[in-house]
Design a protein around this ligand. Structure first.
Ligand SMILES: *[C@@H]1O[C@H](CO)[C@@H](O)[C@H](O)[C@H]1NC(C)=O
Ligand SMILES: *[C@@H]1O[C@H](CO)[C@@H](O)[C@H](O)[C@H]1NC(C)=O
Ligand SMILES: *[C@@H]1O[C@H](CO)[C@@H](O)[C@H](O)[C@H]1NC(C)=O
Ligand SMILES: *[C@@H]1O[C@H](CO)[C@@H](O)[C@H](O)[C@H]1NC(C)=O
Ligand SMILES: *[C@@H]1O[C@H](CO)[C@@H](O)[C@H](O)[C@H]1NC(C)=O
Length: 893
């Protein structure tokens, strides 16, 4: 294993990481411990545990981002990091393994361990994940006789070899729990139950084989299969869904696990942006633990980016933000992150009672209201209302599953008000510390703003800087045309239409097909007489087809196995016909992926000729894989001079199939950097040779977005979408570690045309933060953790709700834009005060918060010098601005 080490030079600059470096050497993060399970929970070191897990896929971030992502997960109350293993990243060529850079899985697992978190490794090796080809290397489909994911010897041999490779690697690196490492759980296969029926009896055999093979590797920690109702006895079958409360594993000896809690959704080019409201997400999680669940994983906790051509298909975008609690750029998504943190604290307060009980005690409270009580002592005590906190630990969840109405219920002699579609958590069976529908956490509004003028040219007067004001990309672009059709000796000519992936092996998205069509006088006369034109007709095609006649792009077809009817105009004599077939992410889901392929299927014809249709599969075609610029690697620093770049001027009409190149300086500071490609069409982008990903300015439908997102009721990915009528993605993450201070090489390949002069570098930050908490909210969760409260010595009455505000790292609160203690109306950035308003609201909040990175204010009359309106529940609403605490930020990697 030659891996690791890359990137360590950067880490060593920072003393904080020297500690981590130390860990790399010693490699033991925990005292070795055993992991097993019973019907209730995972048993870690002899103790049942309630576990919160967060999904982070290591190659969707850079190694330089990993420590911060892991730290933010831990701070958010996550106990376990979950990741897939990406086979096609680790074995791009059969037998040649790669474990470096973003694929340095050992370093990732060690960082998780060093932070004190556990790890759930989902080896698959089929992973779906909206990842190219579901994680399978494309060479796998070339193995003679192979059928993926069934009782097929060639497939099983390859799968076993890779799974064993990973398990052995983890064992060699001492990363399993019994070796003092963080790995507590593994996964074999992935949602196989969804497609098992397609394989007949072979599917059943395969499940048994996969389980036997996995367990036989002697990893020493439990294995799970998700969505696998026929998982064998020694494998835990787990749930993946928006809701998993009430899930029943296939044996009463197995615990209830939720491997994928979809806290958002993925996005396609031209799609709307999905959002899952945190009130509903928290409801789903609380219901899961309420009804006996013990392990829950957010899919994703951080989604990240599909760099390069790793996005799956059909048509998945480069961003894999997923509406996760940590956004694509590594910033907190608020209030999602904060509200879940509160939820996790509340669940942890219940953990002693949750693990003590073998199952919850159910109490019906109303037609759509119910309680589940976890108690170490006998159930009869609870029913009899004779139970006391001091006697034993008891925790309760009170749920109102009514989608519309608030309900008031009685529980153990007390009255509780439950908002619709919510769960209240009572760690002591008496006091509500949290309700899933009451969000106290702050909201953060992110801005994507033009970066300040470049660092090295800071002395240049602004008017001399750029024709395109404000952009910090130098406006001198150079350009080179990509040849249409065949461009190298690597071309070959055969009769017929070949299967796209059989030719490209996915080394490029692009496959050129070239032929010549002879057109006679009779054909021309026939078309004129009948007022018809010939057409390229193909039964079925994916993902993008571009048709060129005599060097001109005359049409494009976009779709997933759609029919093509593309009218063409020919001249008399010989005509060059070029079909450019493109993939935009290979299929990542479904049975028989090895047969799915790309390009064209069925019959391909030229219709409308006088003597009948021309069968394109009878013609001689010349094939060329990829682009000349890709082949020459003109996007790299070493090779970009191999292209004959010429200056681009503003008057040039930007043309199709063009490469563009420029240099830019990194923006100062540490804020995440985005490339704004909203002015471009479709293509790919590279910075300093790093492939940022595909870009495409495809616009989402005008309609189908919801103006108001109602959290109540069952979520599905079409609910609460945004961004209608706008391009699905215009900003592309450039990780800081891929930049140097100045002269960063930016190269784009553009297919359809756009204006590179409008490309800019932006910085992303949370500039506005808001929070709104009323007197009926619960006190901050941190306070409940205090031992005095748990011991019953502090009364709820002594605690008041609070607003807590915090700017992102490196930012401070510069001003309070709005503050009202009373009955303020509206929402973040649209607050207004009403008649009931404490006149000193603004000054009180400003005094507590301005100039600080974080602050908190009690929501009480005492703080605001009296009661602004008697007998009415008061609310404090605050909107604050955050600014960078270092005006001239130093450049950081
Ligand atoms: C209920 O509580 C009373 C008073 O403590 C006790 O006498 C009685 O036995 C209890 N009943 C049950 C069913 O536990
Ligand atoms: C295509 O390949 C043939 C045969 O190798 C070669 O003669 C021809 O020059 C190639 N075409 C281009 C454009 O390089
Ligand atoms: C792809 O190539 C393989 C042999 O290399 C062949 O068996 C298969 O039929 C080809 N697929 C298609 C769709 O042509
Ligand atoms: C709670 O109060 C009791 C009596 O006042 C005292 O004996 C006990 O130590 C206190 N417990 C804690 C955790 O402070
Ligand atoms: C609120 O702020 C005060 C003063 O800064 C601090 O002492 C207290 O711990 C804070 N409360 C919480 C819950 O953070």
């Amino acid at each position: 294993m030659a891996a690791r080490g890359s990137g360590e030079a950067v880490l060593e600059c920072l003393s904080l990481f020297i500690v981590l470096h130390f860990f790399f050497v010693s490699a033991n993060f925990f005292k070795p411990f055993n992991v097993s399970y019973d019907h209730r929970a995972l048993i870690i070191n002899g103790q049942r545990r309630m576990l919160i897990s967060g999904g982070i896929h290591y190659p969707r971030a850079t190694p330089e981002m990993w420590p911060d992502l892991i730290a933010k997960s831990k701070e958010g109350g996550v106990d376990v990091i979950q990741t897939y293993v990406f086979w096609n990243g680790h074995e791009p060529v059969k037998g040649q393994y790669f474990f470096e850079g973003r694929y340095d899985i050992v370093k990732f697992v060690k960082l998780v361990g060093a932070s004190g978190l556990y790890l759930h490794l989902r080896i698959g090796p089929y992973v779906c994940a909206e990842w190219n080809f579901g994680g399978f290397p494309v060479w796998l489909r070339d193995i003679p006789g192979i059928v993926f994911r069934t009782n097929n010897d060639p497939f099983k041999e390859e799968m076993q070899r890779f799974v064993k490779k990973i398990v052995d690697l983890m064992r060699e690196e001492m990363l399993f729990s019994w070796q003092g490492g963080p790995i507590i759980l593994l996964q074999i296969e992935n949602e196989y139950g969804n497609i098992e029926h397609s394989f007949g009896p072979g599917g059943k055999e395969y499940v048994k084989w996969a389980a036997r093979m996995a367990v036989g590797l002697g990893a020493g920690v439990p294995w799970i299969m998700c969505r696998q109702t026929d998982a064998p006895e020694n494998i835990i079958d787990a749930c993946n869904a928006y809701y998993c409360d009430g899930y029943k594993p296939n044996s009463h000896k197995k615990p209830i696990f939720w491997t994928e809690d979809w806290d958002g959704w993925y996005t396609t080019w031209g799609g709307r942006l999905p959002h899952r409201p945190v009130e509903d997400l928290a409801f789903a999680v609380a219901r899961f633990f309420e009804r006996g669940g013990s392990f829950q994983n957010y899919y994703m906790y951080f989604g990240g980016t599909n760099f390069g051509r790793t996005a799956g298909g059909p048509f998945y975008i480069t961003s894999y933000d997923y509406d996760a609690p940590i956004d694509e750029y590594g910033l907190l998504s608020e209030p999602k992150w904060g509200h879940l943190k509160d939820l996790h604290t509340a669940i942890k307060l219940c953990e002693p009672a949750l693990v003590a009980a073998d199952s919850p005690h159910y109490i019906k409270l109303g037609s759509k209201q119910e309680a589940h009580v976890y108690c170490a002592s006998a159930h009869t005590d609870i029913l009899n209302s004779t139970w006391h906190r001091s006697k034993s630990s008891c925790s309760a969840f009170l749920a109102n599953i009514d989608e519309r109405k608030t309900a008031t219920v009685r529980f153990l002699g007390q009255s509780y008000t439950l908002p619709p579609w919510s769960v209240s958590i009572l760690p002591d069976c008496k006091n509500v510390v949290f309700n899933t529908a009451k969000v106290a956490a702050q909201t953060s509004i992110k801005y994507v703003e033009l970066a300040l003028p470049y660092l090295t040219d800071i002395s240049t007067p602004p008017h001399l800087m750029a024709q395109n004001e404000g952009s910090n990309i130098r406006t001198s672009w150079v350009t080179v045309k990509e040849p249409i059709s065949v461009w190298s000796e690597n071309n070959f000519t055969v009769e017929g239409i070949l299967e796209h992936l059989n030719v490209t092996k996915d080394r490029s998205d692009y496959l050129w097909h070239f032929t010549r069509i002879y057109v006679s006088d009779d054909d021309i006369a026939f078309w004129e007489e009948n007022k018809v034109s010939p057409a390229v007709t193909i039964d079925s095609m994916r993902d993008v087809l571009r048709v060129f006649v005599n060097g001109q792009l005359i049409g494009s077809v976009i779709g997933h196995w759609v029919k093509v009817v593309q009218p063409v105009q020919f001249q008399k004599g010989y005509n060059d016909l070029v079909l450019l077939s493109q993939t935009v992410g290979l299929q990542n889901y479904g049975a028989f992926l090895e047969r799915d392929g790309a390009g064209f299927k069925g019959q391909s014809k030229l219709t409308g000729f006088k003597d009948g249709d021309i069968d394109l599969s009878n013609l001689l075609w010349t094939y060329q894989v990829g682009l000349q610029g890709e082949y020459l690697k003109i996007y790299t620093e070493g090779n970009n001079e191999r292209a004959e770049w010429t200056d681009l001027t503003l008057d040039d009409i930007p043309s199709t199939f063009t490469w563009y190149k420029t240099y830019f300086d990194a923006p100062a500071g540490a804020d995440p950097v985005a490339l704004d490609l909203g002015s471009m069409g479709k293509g790919q982008a590279w910075v300093n040779g790093h492939h940022i990903g595909r870009y495409w300015t495809l616009v989402a439908p005008e309609d189908g977005c919801q103006r108001n997102c109602d959290y109540r009721g069952a979520y599905s990915s079409g609910k609460c979408t945004t961004n209608c009528g706008n391009p699905t993605q215009t900003w592309y993450h450039i990780p800081r570690s891929w930049l140097r201070a100045s002269n960063n090489l930016l190269v784009l390949f553009e297919e359809t045309g756009g204006n590179p002069f409008e490309i800019s570098i932006k910085l992303r930050s949370a500039r506005v933060i808001c929070a709104q908490v009323s007197q009926t909210h619960y006190p901050p969760l941190q306070k409940w953790v205090h031992p005095d409260f748990i011991g019953g010595n502090i009364s709820v009455k002594d605690m008041t709700p609070e607003i807590q505000l915090q700017c992102q790292d490196g930012y401070i609160i510069s001003s309070i834009e709005f503050a009202s203690y009373g009955t303020p109306q509206g929402s973040c950035q649209k607050y207004s005060r009403s008649n009931c308003h404490a006149p000193n609201s603004l000054s009180v909040v400003a005094k507590a918060c301005e100039g600080r990175s974080k602050c908190n204010i009690s929501v009480s009359n005492a703080v605001f010098g009296g009661d602004p309106c008697h007998g009415i529940v008061k609310t404090l609403a605050v909107e604050a601005r955050c600014v960078s605490s270092t005006k001239v930020g130093s450049f950081q990697y």
